[in-house]
Design a protein around this ligand. Structure first.
Ligand code: EPU
Length: 425
């Protein structure tokens, strides 16, 4: 869907408070995990994003009924799996939906899921998902662009991931939760979104030990019950707003945060000379009247500096005098923001996954987001400069930031956007 562009008039100080939505990347696997139970489940703190609507479309095809029972509360119910396939038309809209493979396989014993394909910044393989499921006893074959998976009995055994993967760990956990055997996963991701999935499943009666460590022990249980769960605040959205405060040399408070999930981000902002004050779940970021310092950043798996904040940090550093070096080995091609920031006067030289950034004042220009976090980098950049920055590609921003224009207006920002219409139910 193509939406009318976002109009950003920057160059003014922002102030006040902005509340962080529930986490997109925690909510998506939790929504998928409800496929493992035949009982009703209510989730709170679910952001109303196009990615959430996409996964709900896919789950409706699989047999899930859903209804919004509050602004961000979603009731889900899958009495039975009515289709065991996830077709390309649905999976290709969002790579994250590939984890339905593990969930359908667990609940129905077989699954056919389309290969997810690439994205705007590279191939993003799923080899670890496939190796894990095979090592645990699932039979997987590739045919006509699909993965066909079957399990004879419960998954069991041991797998060591060759690298840290959030989605691969999700898929293996979902596949192994139901049954009567034991699965051990080593070198598993310790990302907050993995910890959340485990806490959610354990709340419904799963037996998964080791959340937040690299070794997970999953003892299969015969079924999961229903229940309620509240999704954690979105640490990437919180980080985006913190970078916005720094880039616009403003002072405002980001509320509904988990500061313990943001240590790497807070540390880097402090190293730049930004003041960050913590008060429970509130983070006040103050960058007024100061000469910020350039910094070097390399993205890593959690708890390192997140790749999902690399484009936004690059936009911020593009405004900071001096030389900063930003490296993103997690996604070496995640660079679609660079050419657009060049249009706004940024001085960024790219070599491989390394950006060398010479800070300077940016100027308004028409730009286009090619993916979600590049879009975030562009609205941050736009809000630093006077004049009108027109950002096309708003459909990507709506994948990750709920009612963005409206919420930024609450900080005094001059941003207008045609909102994505909320789904009818
Ligand atoms: N990888 C492999 N093989 C695999 C799986 C991953 O080589 O089988 C590599 C990837 O290419 C990447 C690294 O492992 O270099 C980490 O990928 P991971 O599997 O952890 O990523 P993901 O689960 O596909 C999630 C988020 C992304 C975020 C990454 C990294 C969701 C829905 N997506 O993706 O979020 O960038 O973790 O933290 O949770 C976003 O929100 O903008 C976004 C892209």
């Amino acid at each position: 869907m193509h939406l009318t562009p976002l109009h950003v008039q920057g160059g003014r100080e922002l102030r006040g408070e902005i509340a962080v939505q529930g986490s997109k990347n925690a909510a998506l696997p939790i929504i998928v995990a409800t496929l493992l139970s035949s009982e009703r489940i209510t989730l709170h703190g679910v952001p109303r994003l196009s990615d959430v609507y996409t996964i709900l479309d896919l789950m409706a095809h699989l047999g899930t009924h859903h209804s919004w029972v509050g602004p961000n509360s979603l009731e889900l119910h899958t009495p039975q799996i009515v289709n065991t396939d996830a077709p390309y038309a649905l999976v290709s809209k969002m790579r994250a939906s590939f984890i339905v493979l593990g969930a359908i396989l667990a609940r129905a014993g077989k699954a056919t899921v389309s290969m997810p394909g690439g994205c705007a910044w590279g191939p993003r393989p799923v080899d670890q998902h496939v190796k894990a499921l095979r090592a645990l006893g699932a039979e997987l074959s590739e045919d006509g662009g699909n993965f066909d998976a079957v399990r004879r009995g419960s998954l069991s055994g041991h797998f060591i991931f060759e690298l840290l993967t959030v989605g691969g760990t999700h898929n293996a956990i979902l596949a192994a939760t139901l049954g009567d055997s034991v699965v051990t996963l080593e070198n598993a991701s310790i990302d907050t979104d993995v910890v959340e999935l485990i806490e959610f499943l354990n709340r419904l009666g799963a037996d998964i030990q080791g959340a937040g460590t690299n070794t997970l022990t999953i003892r299969g249980v015969p079924h999961l019950r229903g229940g309620e769960y509240t999704v954690i605040p979105d640490r990437i959205e919180a980080g985006t707003f913190m970078m916005l405060a720094a880039a616009t040399r403003s002072c405002f408070t980001v509320t509904n945060t988990r500061p313990d999930h943001l240590r790497a981000v807070i540390g880097k902002l402090q190293e730049m000379g930004v003041d960050v004050t913590e008060e429970g779940s509130r983070l006040t970021v103050d960058a007024r009247n100061r000469q910020l310092k350039p910094v070097n950043i390399t993205t890593q798996s959690y708890p390192g500096f997140p790749t999902d904040l690399q484009p936004q940090m690059s936009a911020l550093l593009a405004t900071v005098p001096g030389t900063s070096v930003v490296q993103d080995p997690v996604y070496p091609d995640r660079l679609t923001h660079v050419a657009e920031l060049h249009r706004m006067g940024a001085n960024i030289t790219v070599s491989g996954y390394t950006q060398v950034i010479q800070g300077a004042a940016l100027h308004a220009a028409p730009v286009k987001a090619a993916d979600l976090r590049a879009g975030a980098a562009l609205f941050i950049a736009g809000l630093t400069c006077e004049g009108s920055t027109v950002i096309d590609g708003v459909q990507y921003l709506n994948r990750g930031y709920e009612r963005l224009a409206q919420r930024l207006q609450g900080l005094g920002a001059n941003v207008t956007q045609n909102e994505l219409a909320p789904a009818a139910d």
